[in-house]
Structures are given as structure tokens and as C-alpha cells.
Design a protein around this ligand. Structure first.
Ligand SMILES: [Zn+2]
Length: 301
């Protein structure tokens, strides 16, 4: 176990070195652009945290998104070029609760004493999750009130990394927190019009959202993201879908919707998509949550 871990760290260190050499040999234009760029380099693991970092950082920061569009954070592994970003970044914004399963190794391979690592879920009440994957459910950001806490953690980390920008970060954060508060109220108003409270989720991403707004994930298609349900599990979810009179089965753009299609066909429901991560190139969290709310309303209103 120890030997394996050491080998893995060695492999990461080699990848970082190779990536640095490659970057040195090619992309001169790119390199000079980076050299003239005196913005604070921030790396964010997932798209919502990328958006929060840009909202708070404004023009003082350059944010790199680590888990790219279309990928699931549960399965994506960092590339050597991304490890190289970590060796130069000042702030690394993570969700925590085991979502960034690569974090410890990547941080140690980056060998960057100036890197401030912020676990934005720290201090939040964590729901139970898959015992094989760290034990907690990581999807805290899908509750806008939790998102406000994450935005405040990012603000504090940016202030620590760049005290000269304190006033800017505080003002940006305050403005964005007000937008999140308005979003929360919008969701409350809409959910109040729902005739049903139970829904079938694709993977257990919506538990914090459900808890906040009095909804219930009646069943989950992939309890471990990327692992398709067995025929027996499919049959059970179909029964649940019929029992709650589900009009829709939710799929997600980052994971295969095949199982959702089968369950929807069997239970006479339609497939709708919820998006837990947002769309490129803007990844606007506010737009994403409004989209999700519309889809939920189609299924539950
Ligand atoms: Zn997830």
C-alpha cells in the first residue's frame, strides 16, 4: 500500500516535470501571455466553484477550471498540464467531501508552498453518502444557501492570497451573495406551486437541494455514478416511479442516460435532464439553477 502510494506520487512528479518541459519547448506565445498576466491564478475543481471564483475575483483573478465540461467529477482525473497549473496557482478552490479524490496526491505533486487550498464545504452539514467513496455526499453546492457559504470561503481565501484586493473581493462577494439569496427565494416561490414532492434522480446529487426545499429523492438510478443499475434495481425504480406517479425521470448530461430511458419507457414517464455542473462557456450557476428549477417544475408542478 505504502509502496503503491509512493510510486503514484513519483509518477505524478514525473508528469509535472514533463509537462513543465513541454510547456517550455512549445507555446511561446502562450507563455509570454502568462508572464504579462499579473492576475491572481486560481484553480477551481468544478464548474460551479469556477463561476463563484470568477464572481468574487472579478478582474483581479484568472480562474482555471480543472474538471472540464462534459466530464463527471466522480471519474475525471487531472492531466499533467493541469498538475502544472497547480504548481503555479495561488489558490486552489475545492469542494471537499471526497469529490476531488485526486486532491491529496495532486497537491503534494504540485510542490507549491504558496498554494492556498480552500475546502469550501468545510463548516456545512454533510449528508451521508456512499461508504466506498469517502462516506459523505459531496453535492453541497446544489443548495444555494450552501453555495453562499462556499462563496464566503472563496472570498476569504482570495483576501488571504491578495490582501490588496480585499475591498474588491468583499464588494463582489456581497453583490453575488444577494443574487444567491434572490435565487433561494425564487426557488421557494416555485416549489410552493408543486403538486408532487417526490422525484427520481439520476445520481444522488440533489439531496441538499431536496432537503432545503422540502422535496424528496424517491429513488436514485446510479447510486455510484458511472455504475449502471442491475435489472433488479431497474425493476425496483420502475415500481417506485409508478407508485409516486412520476411524470419524468431525470438524467444528467455528464452521465449516460441509457438507464433513465429504460426506466422512463417502462414507467410511462418522459426523460428530462437536470444539470448539476452547468454549461460552457459561462457555467453560470444562477442560470444553471434556474434551468434545473424549470425542469423540476415540468415534472412536479
Ligand atoms: Zn455527483
Amino acid at each position: 500500500m505504502t509502496v503503491r502510494k509512493t510510486l503514484w506520487e513519483l509518477a505524478l512528479a514525473v508528469m509535472v516535470t514533463l509537462a513543465m518541459l513541454l510547456a517550455g519547448c512549445s507555446g511561446r506565445g502562450d507563455q509570454s501571455a502568462t508572464m504579462n498576466d499579473d492576475r491572481l491564478l486560481v484553480a477551481a475543481s468544478i464548474a460551479p466553484l469556477y463561476d463563484f471564483s470568477r464572481q468574487v475575483g472579478g478582474e483581479r483573478v484568472r480562474v482555471e477550471l480543472l474538471v472540464p465540461p462534459g466530464s463527471s467529477p466522480h471519474t475525471y482525473e487531472l492531466t499533467p498540464a493541469q498538475l502544472q497549473v497547480l504548481s503555479k496557482a495561488r489558490v486552489l478552490v475545492l469542494n471537499g467531501v471526497g469529490l476531488e479524490f485526486w486532491a491529496d496526491e495532486a497537491i503534494s505533486a504540485a510542490n507549491n508552498p504558496d498554494l492556498i487550498v480552500v475546502y469550501t464545504s468545510q463548516g456545512l452539514e454533510i449528508e451521508e453518502g456512499d461508504p466506498d467513496h469517502g462516506g459523505g455526499n459531496p453535492h453541497v453546492w446544489l443548495d444555494p444557501i450552501n453555495a453562499m457559504h462556499q462563496v464566503q470561503s472563496i472570498r476569504d481565501a482570495l483576501v488571504q492570497a491578495d490582501p490588496e484586493g480585499t475591498a474588491v473581493y468583499q464588494a463582489n462577494a456581497e453583490a453575488y451573495l444577494a443574487e444567491l439569496e434572490a435565487l433561494d427565494q425564487e426557488i421557494r416561490d416555485k416549489v410552493a406551486t408543486f403538486s408532487s414532492r417526490k422525484f427520481i434522480a439520476f445520481h444522488p446529487a440533489w439531496i441538499y437541494f431536496a432537503r432545503r426545499y422540502g422535496l424528496e429523492q424517491a429513488a436514485v438510478i446510479e447510486t455510484t455514478p458511472g455504475r449502471e443499475p442491475s435489472p433488479a434495481e431497474v425493476a425496483e425504480i420502475v415500481n417506485t416511479a409508478r407508485a409516486i406517479g412520476a411524470r419524468a425521470i431525470f438524467a444528467e448530461p455528464q452521465l449516460s442516460s441509457k438507464a433513465a430511458e429504460v426506466i422512463a419507457a417502462e414507467s410511462g414517464a418522459e426523460v428530462l435532464f437536470l444539470n448539476p455542473l452547468g454549461d460552457p462557456p459561462d457555467f453560470s450557476y444562477l442560470d444553471m439553477m434556474r434551468y434545473n428549477l424549470e425542469q423540476m417544475a415540468k415534472a412536479l408542478q
